[in-house]
Design a protein around this ligand. Structure first.
Ligand SMILES: NC(=O)CC[C@H](N)C(=O)O
Length: 362
């Protein structure tokens, strides 16, 4: 069936619909060459239609081990060629069947380069995937209707659960946590209690953890004021490590500010410089917001990492307290594992160590 993607600026991109559908979301792009299944199941993409720039998608099939959460929260997938003959010893099935069985809207045979160039020049914007013959009036109406803002409630766990281990006890606040973050924390020995996003500081402290981890998640950090309040109440009481949305919420809780990037950072090869060592690592990223460096000027906060491509803040730490965070994804899935050392640093911090603070190169 023929279908189309219509962007809020009126531009139209045609392709084939895998199944009949109509879906609205913020249209973003990811430049990774692999990782389509992890991207589909990363809860941080909740509410978004994801365009993959790599031209052949589905070529290594799908397997349950790659899923990053129980389901997909993306509002749609835009791709160029959809591979129908995957080849991979781990594959348990093909991507088309995976998308169909989970009702994930997919428009393929699209000029994804044109979509990406449009978003790069105009900025990330709302779009809709519809059959090619869908009535224009209805579509315009849907593009003008405001979409949900607080998507964290949709993706967070509804109940507390545990991943027991012999090491330090960590409470993970789940704003939409990826499985590989839990596996990475557990992999360095941490004993995990995963709690819903709206758990109060008092309830977290009652669990008597050695540290608190703030997860990734969807949407604008300013749409989750209750989380900012909770984190503010935890700072100074427990060591804290935050990733992506967790990093942004931590910055807001410490008195900083965040802003929306024009088209975000989404891909598996974003270079980031560690300002203490001068070393550049290649990182996996997926964020549309960033911490405003100016807003940190008078705070007890140090910028520890910076994006090499555009100079934006990629890591923070408190000057005196055991509190740190990164904007990128050290757990990868998908992406390089150059940065898994951060999970070991967090464990060391929980055992009374210090955050590494070597000579500064800026
Ligand atoms: N991966 C994430 O946690 C994303 C954080 C936030 N939703 C952003 O887009 O910036």
């Amino acid at each position: 069936m023929k279908g189309k993607l219509i962007l809020a600026d009126g531009s139209v991109f045609y392709g084939q619909l895998l199944s009949p559908c109509q879906s609205v979301g913020e249209v973003v792009f990811n430049t990774g060459m692999t990782g389509y299944q992890e991207i589909l199941t990363d809860p941080s993409y909740c509410g978004q239609i994801v365009t993959l720039t790599y031209p052949l998608i589905g070529n290594y099939g799908v397997a349950a081990i790659f899923d990053q959460s129980r389901k997909s929260y993306v509002r749609g997938l835009i791709i160029s060629e959809l591979c129908s003959h995957p080849s991979n010893w781990q594959a348990e099935g093909g991507l088309s069947e995976y998308l169909r069985s989970r009702n994930i809207p997919c428009l393929y045979n699209v000029d994804t380069r044109a979509v990406t160039r449009r978003i790069r020049s105009q900025g990330a914007m709302k779009g809709i995937i519809v059959p090619a013959n869908a009535p224009e009036e209805e579509i315009k109406h849907l593009l003008q209707t405001p979409t949900e803002t607080e998507t964290v409630r949709e993706v967070t766990t509804k109940r507390i659960y545990r991943m027991p281990n012999s090491g330090p006890r960590v409470v993970v606040v789940d704003y939409g946590v990826k499985k590989n973050i839990l596996n990475s924390l557990s992999g360095v020995g941490c004993d995990l209690t995963i709690v819903p996003a709206d758990t109060s500081a008092e309830d977290i402290l009652c669990l008597d953890p050695d540290g608190v981890f703030l997860s990734n998640g969807p949407g604008d950090p300013k749409d989750v004021p209750y989380a900012i309040k909770t984190i503010r109440e935890l700072i100074g009481k427990k060591p804290i490590f935050g990733i992506c949305l967790g990093h942004q919420l931590l910055a807001l809780a410490m008195g900083g500010n965040t802003y929306k990037l024009k088209f975000g950072h989404r891909g598996s090869n974003h270079p980031v410089k560690d300002l203490f060592t001068g070393r550049v690592t290649i990182t996996s990223q997926n964020h549309g917001y960033a911490v405003d460096e100016q807003s940190l000027a008078d705070l007890d906060v140090i910028v520890t990492h910076r994006a090499v491509n555009d100079g934006t803040v990629e890591g923070l730490r408190h000057k005196t307290l055991p509190v740190f965070s990164v904007q990128y994804h050290p757990e990868a899935a998908p992406g390089p594992d150059d940065n898994t050392y951060l999970f070991r640093e967090f464990r060391a911090l929980l055992r009374g160590g210090e955050i590494t603070c070597r000579r500064r190169h800026i």
